[in-house]
Write a protein that binds this ligand. Structure first.
Ligand SMILES: [Zn+2]
Length: 328
């Protein structure tokens, strides 16, 4: 567009009698994103990804790679980055299986400050009330997965749900080891975990399990994937029609780095060697079997597949899809 055309355009706009457009991005509502949920049919399952918000993870907390190797992986991938770190989503997943509504993880509530804690609002936007949730399965007891099970009043946010947590994970957070192995600056997370678990325990609605136990709701399989925390667990859910969904928690934090280099770990992993082994195992299984994957810290909606690429892997996000008509 030349200077004349620009001038003409400007004068035409100045002489227009139509009302000025409403100002945007100045009010809180204009800054509100669209509702953060996305639904995916997987066999007979209906999976709803629920967005909680984002956290910023610094490059400096990636372990096991040189800064130059990290920069090379991140270059040209356009991950939003602020001075505090790389944007990292926090997701939870509601799975309709048979007649049950099973939530895997519950987001941060108010534990990570403003801008997060959106799981319940997005659940409601998807047409489900917290009282309709039958079970909450936890991948582990860190605040970005667990805090959302209680409301601001400290009461159970899912009043009719049973809360499920791996037995090793539960004993870790209840005992002295969690405090001993958590750096002083992060020790508040121990109190957060205990406060979130307590009302379910008091109501007789906290159930622990061991990997391989058959007693999980709707035949869901618990796969031990320790390392990030001692009892970190992933869940394998059978959708029939040869379709399976693996829901993992903190198996991958830096998606641009850790699919390509699974031996890169996250500073906050309690046991990095075990975390790397768990990541390698789940990536290999998911790629080999063609499982659907839902990841708590993959870019929202965090649903897709893992593709093997030699000794490495790549993330293949789901394509936005209509939902199939309900089956008779
Ligand atoms: Zn996490």
């Amino acid at each position: 567009m030349g200077a004349t055309a620009l001038a003409l355009g400007a004068s035409a706009f100045a002489q227009s009698t139509s009302p000025a457009p409403a100002p945007e991005a100045t009010s809180a509502s204009a800054l509100q994103q669209v509702p953060g949920y996305y639904q995916q049919a997987i066999g007979t399952l209906r999976v709803t990804a629920l967005f909680d918000g984002v956290v910023q993870l610094p490059r400096s907390q990636i372990q096991g790679l040189t800064p130059a190797a990290i920069d090379a992986l991140l270059q040209r991938r356009y991950v939003p980055e602020s001075p505090r770190g790389l944007q990292t989503a926090v997701n939870a997943y509601l799975v309709h299986i048979g007649g049950r509504r099973v939530l895997v993880d519950a987001g941060t509530a108010d534990c990570f400050g403003p801008g997060l804690g959106q799981v319940i609002a997005n659940l409601q936007a998807a047409g489900v009330s917290p009282a309709q949730v039958d079970d909450v399965l936890l991948t582990h007891a860190h605040p970005d997965h667990l805090c959302g099970v209680v409301g601001a009043d400290g009461a159970r946010a899912f009043p009719n749900a049973t809360l499920w947590l791996d037995d090793t994970e539960l004993r870790y957070w209840e005992g002295p080891e969690a405090e001993a192995r958590t750096p002083q600056a992060l020790r508040f997370v121990v109190g957060q975990a205990r406060r979130a678990l307590a009302p379910y325990q008091a109501a007789g609605r906290l159930r622990s399990f061991k990997p391989g136990d058959a007693g999980l709701p709707a035949g869901i399989q618990a796969l031990a994937s320790p390392g990030h925390t001692p009892g970190h667990t992933s869940y394998l859910i059978d959708g029939g029609d040869a379709q399976k969904l693996l829901v993992w928690g903190d198996v991958v934090h830096y998606h641009v780095v850790q699919f390509a280099r699974p031996s890169a770990s996250f500073e906050a992993d309690v046991d990095r060697v075990r975390a790397i082994a768990s990541r390698r195992q789940l990536l290999a299984q998911a790629a080999r079997a063609g499982w659907w994957v839902a990841g708590a810290h993959l870019p929202f909606p965090g649903l897709g597949h893992v593709r093997a690429e030699g000794a490495a892997y790549a993330w293949v996000p789901a394509e936005f899809s209509p939902l199939p008509a309900a089956r008779r």
